[in-house]
Write a protein that binds this ligand. Sequence first.
Ligand code: URA
Length: 251
Amino acid sequence: MEGTGGRPRQGTGRPSARALKQRLESLAAAGVLEVPRAGRARKAAAAAPLEAPARSAAAANDPAARQRLLDVIRGEVAVCRRCENLACARQNTVFGAGPADARLCFFGEAPGADEDASGMPFVGRAGQLLTKIIEACTLSREQVYILNVLKCRPPENRAPLPAEVANCREYFERQLQAIAPEFICCLGTTAAQSLLQTDEPIGKLRGRWFTHGTAQVICTYHPSYLLRNPGAKRHVWDDMKLLMSRMGIDA
Ligand code: URA
């Protein structure tokens, strides 16, 4: 599923009436009962990239508030039909897993067959390798949050289409806002290009630091790529050493 080549940028579409209704219901569930009119909302969004509930959860450093926000988004994802062909074929949506106040998020591409069957991210062969990578960093899976760009499995494990990434962008961006991690590690081309909105290949993106909101971002190769190209593991280890050093973790 994971290559190393570049992909075109995704477009952005106007939300449908159904998506807006769903969004207002979610905001209400998260305690937001008033929203500014469109013009003011656009100005506010430009000035303040975090949604109000995510901002207050982050400011209060309140893990329970973050978890409530994640639960709201998880509920929306569970009934999402923006990509009808993916929704028709899925057994489960795969929202993400980990503590709502994780310092570090691993950001992957999309569920595969094992993840679709279980509803959990990175539980197949690539997931086992990711667990080893996390443990090599002297961390555990329970300490990090793991999510994907897409929440539904693409057929035959093909790479996500730009329109699918565009449909899921709102979910993963809000998910990351709710968690407000200090660090994000993008696994592979799709994750890196989608988060950073670039066409640069993963070979050029890896081993460098970027920012996304308040998070420091590092990119590395996807574990599926490592299963096919074990020689690239040394580059991933170099990237993990950079990550550990910035996180203040002794190797
Ligand atoms: N590959 C991914 O990118 N994500 C998963 O959850 C599993 C495999």
